[in-house]
Structure formats: C-alpha cells, structure tokens
Design a protein around this ligand. Structure first.
Ligand code: OMP
Length: 232
C-alpha cells in the first residue's frame, strides 16, 4: 500500500498551539500527522479532533494493550474521533485484537487498525529481558503473523524487519515504520533505526518521523529535506 507522501510527522508535545503551529508549517511536506500518548494524555479527544480538522490523515498512536472488553470500548471511542489510523499492541493477543476489529467494523469510513510488534526503542537485550523470544526479527515475524490472522490492517515495526513482515503477511499489509533517522541525526532513545530513503527502499508504507523534524531549528526545512531525500 503506497502513499504519495509516506511521511507522518510525530507531534509529541502536550501543547496544542505548538502542535498546530508545527502541523501548519510542515503541512506542504508531509503526508499525515501522528499524535501519541504525550499529546493525547495532555489534550484528550478535543486535541485529536483539532488535528483531524487540518486536512491531513491523522494517526492516533494510542497503543492500546488491555483486556479485550476494555480495548473494544476504547477502540470505538477513538474511531469516533475521525482518525484515519490507530494502533494496539500485538502482544495483547488475538482475542484483544479481534475485539478491536469487531468494535470498529460499523464505522464508515473505518479507520485502519495497526498493531505494534516490537518497539523500535528495544534492542535484543531489552527484548530478552522481557522474556520475549528474540531476535527482534523472529519476534516481529511471529507477531505480524498473529496480527494478520486477527484481521488487522498492518503492523508497526522497524525498517529492519520489513522483508520478514512482507514474507509472513503479504504485499497488502500496511507497514508503519518509526525509528527513522536522516544521516547524522541524533538517534536518541531509538535502537533499530534506518534513514528515510533506506526505509522507503526496504518497502515501508508509512515513515513516522518526530524529533528529526520537530526538534529542528526549522521544522519545515527539515521536512522538505526529507521529502527531497525520498525523491518527492
Ligand atoms: O507506534 C508508534 O508510532 C511507535 C512505535 C515504535 O515502535 N516506536 C516509535 O518510536 N513509535 C512512535 O514513533 C515516534 C518516533 O519519534 P522520533 O523518535 O522522535 O522520530 C514516537 O512518537 C513514538 O511514540
């Protein structure tokens, strides 16, 4: 599933005027907006609705992970905010994922439902310490197969696992890839990273990019440079 502009900018801020200012400035250079736990915890449903009104698809990165009944209720509430994409944690299991799929089935248009496999901030040692069976590629492959079986639209994974995900889930499965760092950018807390051009070449449908854009002195110029790197 190829998007004309695959870059979704991660607006990780608790400050609505700042988020709106960032979104307006990068709007000509990105394909979508991503709001996550920092934004949603501070600004709630009204904040999400404000971003949905800007004319770009919104990805609500809520990463639900709870019992099926609770996740079903939360999924319905998020779908009601008019977002294009939202996510759950694949490690919540098949019953949880199926409950979310069922809960949003009546929505038209129905948002895409995606599951996070292994966070891009985790390396092999961190994965091992949680008791999950590594290497990351194997764990992502197992979870991607489960996500597909549960009827979701795709996964969040790092660019390093894209080939593996395509193998287990096929070409139409949506792949959302954070941990994107242009050459020379600070890596921060991310571990499994790739540049925008490499990740796109590896087959990512959506690139989620936060600090390399939002932390730049000129976010619009940073987003434009990424667009040029992608040949857009
Ligand atoms: O689901 C996500 O969006 C996500 C999953 C993941 O495995 N890793 C990851 O970094 N993210 C999100 O992607 C964004 C990456 O931001 P930067 O590291 O600033 O580019 C953050 O908003 C994270 O919450």
């Amino acid at each position: 599933m190829r998007f004309p502009n695959p870059v979704f900018v991660a607006l990780d801020t608790p400050d609505l005027p700042r988020a709106l200012e960032l979104a307006e400035s990068v709007k000509p250079y990105v394909g979508g907006l991503k709001v996550g736990l920092e934004f949603i915890s501070a600004l709630g449903p009204d904040g999400v609705k404000a971003m949905s009104g800007l004319g770009l698809p919104v990805f609500a990165d809520v990463k639900f992970h709870d019992i099926p009944n609770t996740v079903a209720g939360a999924a319905k509430a998020i779908a009601g905010l008019g977002v294009s994409i939202f996510n759950v944690h694949a490690s919540g299991g098949e019953a949880m994922m199926r409950a979310a799929v069922e809960a949003i089935a009546p929505f038209n248009p129905r948002p895409k439902l995606i599951a996070v496999t292994v966070l891009t901030s985790m390396d092999e040692a961190a994965l091992d310490a949680t008791g999950q069976k590594g290497p990351a590629k194997a764990q992502v492959a197992r979870l991607a197969a489960l996500v597909k079986k549960s009827g979701l639209d795709g996964v969040v994974c790092s660019a390093h696992e894209l080939a593996m995900v395509r193998e287990v889930a096929g070409p139409d499965f949506l792949t959302i890839v954070p941990g994107i760092r242009p050459a020379g950018a600070a890596i921060g807390d991310q571990k499994r990273v790739m540049t925008p051009a490499e990740a796109r070449a590896a087959g990512a449908d959506i690139l989620v990019i936060g600090r390399p854009i939002t932390g730049a002195a000129d976010p619009a110029a940073a987003a434009q440079a990424i667009m040029e790197e992608l040949g857009l």
